[in-house]
Design a protein. Structure first.
Length: 277
């Protein structure tokens, strides 16, 4: 399989994944691209984070400065919860969007994804770049014969591959980030579970097919499959789809801050994590 060179790729590269990313849109102010710009700027490849855990400390300190400016305090568990949620969510959404929108599963290795943080203000993730043209797809995909493609038998197999690739990336994150914070492995894997479950749901919402996103979530997490902490928790209510969140971002620990609507401390969450993270 071919892999696009990390440092020389451009977002208009002639590869099926670049075309797939060009057809989807994320949130206002968020960039999803194929490859890095010629001037790498402040993009960071995820392998640099997981191999150099001190980068997470720098990120959390940047966040702490912003929180102290906004709230007067920056509890350690809150900076840990925010960074944990941001990092896992963006990896999950990248995979979820391509799975939902194109039935393609990209490489999710840390070396094949880069992220960009907001250069000013709150240092949340404002960009994600896919750096490899390697992907799995269904046999009837028009790009199934592309040099970077691997066809799998059906949607269940494709979902299992996305789950495995996300789990492999998450395992590296848990080992690296977990060494820098006082959060247990169960909390870290709960956050990974939330990110994968919400990724499918969010992809459906962004593509105008929320119910399809819910169906995808059930494909990705049909049961409690190790190392994830639960099956998909999405359920229908009188006011729409909702889910029970497994992990916490610890926003409530800030002065005068209420718990997020999806917090495990709240009995009936009513909004997607996209609106709270």
């Amino acid at each position: 399989m071919t892999t696009v060179p990390v440092w020389e790729t451009e977002c208009d590269a002639a590869t099926p994944l670049a075309e797939s990313l060009a057809r989807v849109s994320l949130y206002e102010g968020f960039e999803a691209r194929f490859g890095l710009p010629a001037d790498r700027g402040d993009w960071v490849v995820c392998s640099e984070f997981v191999s150099e855990p001190e980068r997470f400390d720098v990120w959390r300190e940047q966040l702490a400065e912003w929180l102290r400016d906004q709230y007067g305090e920056a509890p350690e568990r809150t900076t840990a919860g925010y960074v944990m949620t941001w990092y896992l969510n963006v990896v999950g959404v990248l995979g979820g969007l391509l799975f939902h929108g194109a039935r393609r599963v990209p490489s999710l290795r840390p070396s094949d994804i880069a992220i960009r943080l907001a250069p000013e203000g709150r240092p949340h993730v404002v960009g994600v770049a896919l750096l490899s043209d390697e992907f799995a797809c269904l046999p009837d995909d028009p790009a199934a014969h592309h040099p970077g493609a691997t066809a799998v038998t059906d949607e269940t197999a494709l979902a299992a591959l996305l789950r495995a690739r996300f789990a492999a990336h998450s395992a590296q994150f848990v080992g690296s980030f977990g060494s820098t914070v006082r959060l247990g492995r169960r909390m870290l894997w709960a956050a990974a579970t939330d990110a994968l479950d919400s990724a499918a749901w969010t992809a459906g919402q962004l593509c105008g097919d929320e119910t399809g996103g819910v169906v995808d979530a059930a494909l990705l997490l049909p049961a409690k499959l190790d190392p994830f902490t639960s099956a998909s928790t999405l359920k229908a209510t009188d006011t729409g789809w909702t889910r029970r969140r497994e992990s916490c971002c610890f926003h409530y620990a800030l002065p005068d801050a209420a718990a997020c609507s999806t917090c495990p401390r709240v009995c009936e969450p009513r909004e997607s994590y996209v609106q709270n993270a």
